[in-house]
Design a protein around this ligand. Structure first.
Ligand code: ATP
Length: 290
């Protein structure tokens, strides 16, 4: 386990920003952090970074306590804040040089290569860069660090679709290099695309942990029947939930293999059929209805 929290709690007077939050992340895993505004994401990240003292509970990175050993913890992690503050007068290249000097063992070559991947003009001064360019610069500085844990707070906010793609590729490569990535985002589709698991926060509580491969396996099948529905075999019935209504509309939820299910349906008097992946959006909306 690289990262582990146990009953992590942060209260501000009567406000519980985070309550009893326990989760873990493995080396080489991308863990998504999801929740609407005010759910406690920033509080959780700030606790992991040791910027806040927990009211109770603990967070550990390796053997180090995030609050009590915060100086040592910072050698093991790199962090992209939601709004990175960069010195306005420096050029892109000078900014990367500055961040390289801050961190022992950091490599300027690596941050230059990352900036190149993100198609960034490093000769431009920060104050003449667009918001998206500054975001890319901060990402190049953050991802260049050779550390165990990478914390990214909404890394793709402000980026155009092509730049988003580049960033998601870099996040995957970071994971493939054996690092752990904590990835906070409001964009469910990209969490689904890049993360291995996601934790969902609601009003400061961790309400669900989702394995993305499981979510992708789940399908909802809607069918309209002319006659009666013939019951499936016992084996097939075990891997689905069927709901029917009086007008012959059938909704089936399954996380099993689709082939036998479609075989069974093909023997029924089906007049309409629609198959869709359940997706992270459906899981998210269970806790945060629109
Ligand atoms: N310093 C503080 N004092 C009092 N309450 C706070 C403080 N910081 C955060 N909170 C409260 O804690 C709760 C969680 O806030 P937090 O910033 O962690 O949410 P978030 O999930 O990051 O939201 P967003 O998506 O808007 O960034 C909110 O109700 C917020 O008002």
């Amino acid at each position: 386990m690289l990262l582990e929290t146990q009953s992590l709690t942060k209260r501000y007077g009567k406000i519980s920003a985070l309550s009893d939050c326990s989760f873990s992340a493995e080396p080489g895993e991308i863990l998504g952090l999801l929740g609407p505004n005010g759910a406690g994401k920033t509080t959780l990240l700030r606790l992991l970074l040791g910027f806040l003292k927990p009211t109770s509970g603990s967070a550990k990175i390796g053997d180090l306590d995030c609050y009590h050993d915060s100086v040592a913890v910072h050698n093991d992690l790199t962090y992209l804040p939601g709004e990175a503050r960069l010195s306005r007068e420096l050029s892109g290249r000078q900014t990367l040089e500055f961040f390289t000097r801050l961190r022992a063992g950091a490599s300027l070559e690596r941050s230059l290569a990352l900036a190149d991947r993100l198609k960034l003009d490093l000769s431009r001064r920060v104050h003449k860069m667009s918001t998206g360019m500054r975001q890319k610069l901060a990402l190049a500085a953050t991802l260049a660090a050779d550390v165990k844990l990478v914390i990214l707070d909404e890394p793709t906010a402000n980026l155009d679709p092509n730049a988003r793609r580049d960033v998601l590729d870099l996040v995957r490569e970071t994971r493939d290099a054996g690092r752990t990535v904590l990835f906070s985002s409001h964009v469910l589709s990209e969490v689904e695309e890049v993360c291995d698991r996601a934790i969902l926060l609601r009003e400061g509580r961790l309400v669900d942990t989702v394995r993305i491969a499981d979510v992708k396996r789940q399908h909802r099948i809607q069918a309209l029947l002319r006659g009666q529905l013939n019951l499936p075999s016992e084996k097939l019935a075990k891997q689905m939930k069927i709901e029917t209504n009086d007008s012959g509309r059938v909704t089936i939820l399954t996380d099993g293999d689709l082939a036998p299910l479609l075989g069974w349906l093909s023997d029924q008097a089906v007049t309409e059929l629609q198959i869709e992946p359940v997706g992270l959006k459906t899981v998210y909306e269970r806790y945060h209805p629109v």
